[in-house]
Design a protein around this ligand. Structure first.
Ligand code: HEC
Length: 162
């Protein structure tokens, strides 16, 4: 009687360990989400196509002339596209927000957080990754723009005149 109860407990313990291990393995991609976003090497070629003024804080949106031409044509932006939002807070530079699209990059992100094939990253003034940033926050806000390929400023790209 006592012995069989111990065996049942052992079995329960092993079963819960297996479940816990499986859960950990399943959760790994979420914990260590791959982020392939890089700061554009050719940022000096980028054009400021929009500014969003909020008093002492403002955001400037940048893209290459090629990207703006594709946006105007109505075609989807191709893999390799990088978009930059320069953030100023209290009259001071704060960060560069970059989104970049790559072939099948969506596969690196869990399905419920996926924003097409875009990855998101925050960079400092020197174009270095800000490790404190969480791409999940970018994704959760931009996921509301699925109808516009997860972009907020596509209309401003189309309206931009050099
Ligand atoms: C709370 C919502 C929200 C979050 C969080 C957010 N964004 Fe945005 N994003 C916006 C809005 C709104 C715009 C349009 C510009 C503006 O209003 O300043 C924008 C514009 C952009 C653009 C210009 C291209 C486009 O989408 O039209 C980039 C690039 C961008 N965001 C990257 C990021 C990155 C990287 C992060 C995370 C570090 C991030 N965003 C987090 C709302 C958000």
């Amino acid at each position: 009687m006592f012995r069989s109860r111990t065996n049942t407990l052992k079995r329960l313990l092993i079963a819960s360990l297996v479940v816990a291990l499986a859960a950990t393995a399943f959760d790994l991609p979420a914990l260590a989400q791959v982020n392939r976003t890089t700061f554009p090497k050719n940022f000096d070629k980028y054009v400021r196509y929009a500014t969003y003024n909020r008093g002492s804080s403002w955001n400037d949106a940048f893209a290459t002339p090629e990207t703006l031409a594709i946006a105007k044509s109505g075609k989807p932006l191709p893999p390799g596209t990088q978009l930059v939002l320069r953030i100023h807070i209290d009259n001071k530079f704060f960060s560069y927000f970059v989104m970049e699209k790559g072939v099948d990059w969506g596969r690196d992100v869990l399905e419920d957080k996926r924003t097409g094939d875009w990855h998101f990253q925050e960079f400092d003034a020197n174009g270095q990754v800000k490790r404190s940033a969480f791409a999940e926050r970018c994704e959760s806000c931009h996921s509301g723009r699925a109808v516009n390929d997860y972009m907020y400023t596509i209309d401003r790209m189309r309206d931009y005149l050099p």
